[in-house]
Design a protein around this ligand. Sequence first.
Ligand SMILES: Cc1ncc(COP(=O)(O)O)c(C=O)c1O
Length: 383
Amino acid sequence: MKIRKDFLPFSRPSIGETEINAVAACLKSGWITTGALCKAFEEQLCALTGAPRAVSLSSATAGMHLMLTALNVGPGDEVITPSMTFASTVNLIALRQAKPVFVDVDYGTLNMDCEAMEEKITERTKVMIPVHFAGAPADMDRVNRLARKYSLKVIEDAAHAVGTSYKGTHAGGFGHPAIFSFHPIKNITTGEGGMITLNSAAVEKKLRLTRFHGIERDAWKRYGKGGNPSYDIAEPGYKYNMPDLLAALGLAQMERWRELNARRRVLAGLYFDGLRGTEGLDLPEVPSYDHVHAWHLFVVKVTGMSRDLFMQKLADHNIGYGLHFPPAHKLSYVKKRFGVRAASLPQTNLAADRIISLPLFPDMTENDVHYVCGAIKEILKNA
Ligand SMILES: Cc1ncc(COP(=O)(O)O)c(C=O)c1O
C-alpha cells in the first residue's frame, strides 16, 4: 500500500473557534486564575454526573493526591486497584506510604475483574479504585456491593469517563468521589486539568483547602473589592487549583462533549468494521452489562507478531500509537518495593505484551481509519 506522507498522530485535541474565542475572552477579562469560570465548569460536571459537588484541579493526579490525603490513606493501609492503570495512581498510593494491591482485569475489556477483587480484600484494605478503562464503566453494582459488605471507600478513576454511563448512571453519580482528567488526549481537554465530583460537603471543604495551600478563602474573594488579603492556615496544603484560563477551554469543550463522543463512537465502529476477523489481532470487547461507552481509547491486542515490531511497522506507515498501560506491577520501583506475584495477575500479564492503542480522536477522518485498518492487515499478513 502507498504510505501516507503526513504523520497520523495517536491523538489530537479538537479545538475550534468556540474554544479559541472562549480563551481569548478570558484573557481579555482581567481575571485568569481560579474564579467564576472554574465555578461554572464545576457546575457543568455536576450537571453531567448528577453529583452535587465538584472541585476543579490542575490534574487528575492532583485529585488522587488530595483524595487519598482526605481519606487519611497512610502507612499500613492497602488500596486495591487494577495494575492496568496509569502509574500516577500507584505513585500516589506509594507516596502516601500505603500499599497498592493489584487486581486482575478481564482480558477482553481490560476492565477490572470484580470477581477477583473480593479475594484481595484484607482487614487493612481501606480504599478501592476502579478504573472506567478506555471509557467503558467498571461493574459498579459489584464494586458497590463489596464496598458496603466490607465498609470500604471507593474512588472512581473517571479519567477516561466523560460520557461514560453504567446502567443509566453517569460515572461520578454513584455517591463516591470520582476523578476526571482533562489532559490533551482525553475526551474533553483543558490542556492539563482535572476535577473531583463528590457528595460530601465535609470532604469538599477539605479538598478546597488542600488544593490551595490550606488557605480558607479563594483568591478571587481575597483580591475582590473590599476583600481581606490576609489569611491563616490551619493545615498546610498544596497548589493544585485550576486557573480560569483553562476552565474557559473546559467550558467550551463541555458544550461539545456529546458531539465529540458521538464522533469517537462512529470512528470506533469503523475500526470494528475494518478489522473484524483479522488474523493475529484481538479487538476490544465491551462489557456485557448495560452501559454507554465514551470510546476514549481503542485498544487492540496483537497476537500475530511481536507487539514491539508491530509498533515499528505502524511507525513505518506514518501511524502513531499509544500504550495503555504498561502494567503498574512491572514498574521497577513497584517490583522492588511491593514485589507482586506475576501469577496473581494472569489476564493483565497476557494482555500487557499485546496491547496497543490505535489513533482515535474526533477530527480523524474516515479515510484515516481505513488507512490504519489497511496498514494493520498488511503488516499482519506479512508477519
Ligand atoms: C486511568 C488514568 N488515571 C489517571 C490519569 C491521570 O490524569 P492526569 O494526567 O490529568 O493527571 C490518567 C491520565 O492519563 C489516566 O489515564
